[in-house]
Design a protein around this ligand. Sequence first.
Ligand code: C2E
Ligand code: MG
Ligand code: MG
Ligand code: MG
Length: 292
Amino acid sequence: QAKTQGGRGLQYYTPALSTETTRRLSLENSLRYALDRGELELHYQPQVSLESGRVTGVEALLRWRHPHRGWISPAQFIPLAEENGLIVPIGEWVLNTACAQAKTWRTTEGLPLTIAVNLSARQFLQANFIAQIDQILGQCDLAATALKLEITESLLMQDLKRAITTLHALKERGLQLAIDDFGTGYSSLNYLKRFPLDQLKIDRAFIRDITREPDDAAIAQAIIALAHSLKLEVMAEGVESEAQVAFLRTKFCHAIQGYYVSRPLPPEQLAHWVRENRCLVQVPDNGASHTP
Ligand code: C2E
Ligand code: MG
Ligand code: MG
Ligand code: MG
């Protein structure tokens, strides 16, 4: 144990701590330039309706190709960007890029895909957020109904009054609104009826062991039932197996996203993939409808 060595122990640990701090600072510093240097990219993951078996939309997921470290996961750099405010310009770039891409798929490729974009709290709570959305949709000439915003419960809870106003302004414009990672945040079910929502996305933590763990199955089933009663669409995220799909189908889950369908793809592969996989999930021919 280093502690018993007195001062020497501290000397031993200090470099380790500062290495971590240095690493973090240098990551933060290179993130500052990542946008200008064109190191950020969006990949797109297909979303499939269990009702029709068709790809109805894609979720834009941020990727950072660091010049020395290779790919860095958004789980690593988004929290950093949220802390230092870089998420604001990065988030604006994401919205712009995703909307321009959706427009291209709709016009030149003839693929009427919905584009889902993740938002961070800092971005959503900006005073000019609605103006930014109007500006981007106008500039890309994209219908507001083609854009879906994914927000988390904890984001909404940060400033409830403002969240309600902003969500209504977005809904008035025709945007689709989804709660991401549903069931993991701290929140009150009471807000569900006060927010003009379209979709709940069941967090993949509940989906992972859905066919093995009765508790996870019960939670997923309860979220699906809740969505049905509130007339919301419900999508399962992180779906990796046929067995999970079968379970979700018996519970009348509307849609799925996950490696079972496809990993997130770079934009140049997505259109081709969608054309090759137009009808992905076999729809049962027993006439099962998605209303329980
Ligand atoms: P999320 O929005 O819940 O996105 C789903 C995450 O699950 C993605 O991780 C996706 O690659 C991963 N995933 C999808 N299907 C499967 C599956 O079948 N199995 C497993 N194990 N994982 C699957 P990713 O791309 O690393 O993104 C992590 C999180 O970073 C996202 O979670 C989202 O919260 C955040 N994020 C990503 N892009 C953006 C962005 O542009 N803006 C903001 N604010 N956050 C973003
Ligand atoms: Mg998401
Ligand atoms: Mg999620
Ligand atoms: Mg997540």
